[in-house]
Design a protein around this ligand. Sequence first.
Ligand SMILES: NC(=O)C1=CN([C@@H]2O[C@H](COP(=O)(O)OP(=O)(O)OC[C@H]3O[C@@H](n4cnc5c(N)ncnc54)[C@H](O)[C@@H]3O)[C@@H](O)[C@H]2O)C=CC1
Ligand SMILES: O=C(O)C1=N[C@H](C(=O)O)C[C@H](O)C1
Length: 233
Amino acid sequence: MKIALLGYGKMGKTIEALAIKRGHTIVLKCDDTSENDLKNADIAIDFSIPEAAFNNISKCLNNNTPIVSGTTGWLDKYNDAVALCKDKDGAFIYASNFSLGVTIFFELNKTLAKMMSNLKEYTIDLEEIHHTQKLDAPSGTAITLAESIIDNHQKYTQWKLDSNAENTVSISAKRLDNVPGTHRIKYVSAVDTLEIKHTAHSREGFALGAIVAAEWLVDKTGVFTMKDVLNIR
Ligand SMILES: NC(=O)C1=CN([C@@H]2O[C@H](COP(=O)(O)OP(=O)(O)OC[C@H]3O[C@@H](n4cnc5c(N)ncnc54)[C@H](O)[C@@H]3O)[C@@H](O)[C@H]2O)C=CC1
Ligand SMILES: O=C(O)C1=N[C@H](C(=O)O)C[C@H](O)C1
């Protein structure tokens, strides 16, 4: 595939290295708002910044270029991106986390929230840890996890950073040097603790997932998720 990289930072560079190893060609590396010609690209992969993501995605959909986006912190406009994709008969995948491990972790989280839903003894504690350059907090992955808990556990109706409020999934966001991304959910009672955790060892898992998603999306139309790509039911 001929790939346009929208965002050529830590993720853009990791994707470039892995995409070349898989036999793809990088035809565009865009790292700012400058106008770029997408016509040579089969697909675009956006790992940029929250303020740029929606504009990049719109540009691709308006140019009939399939687009894979992993940028976090722009989801207030997600429904607009979905509407534009349908209007243009385009192809679009967004995931707050493209790694295979986290795609499975999302399913574990949903199942666990359903199982804990009637157990009033337990309170929840969601923690994410990332490197100090990360612009957004909480992480997109933590928000996806919290929203899924809210959808599947009868007690919780909202999420907030560092909150003691009733019915609230409290998220703690820590920033430490060189941490690629760690997410942990704990259910704590007076007598025990039950926890699930995903630890990324590097950015390679995110990059591989985004490339696999691009390979899968390139000849399709529609709005998809990583569950579609990995055929998870
Ligand atoms: N969904 C996933 O699996 C993952 C998502 N991410 C997200 O991806 C995004 C990028 O992460 P990193 O590469 O670590 O950040 P980074 O800060 O290393 O790279 C972002 C790059 O985007 C560039 N940029 C700024 N304006 C732009 C524009 N208008 N168009 C294109 N590029 C522009 C910046 O100059 C910078 O080089 C973040 O939102 C992060 O949360 C990161 C890792 C995995
Ligand atoms: O910024 C990062 O690095 C990451 N961002 C994503 C997020 O916000 O969830 C995914 C991953 O955890 C790394």
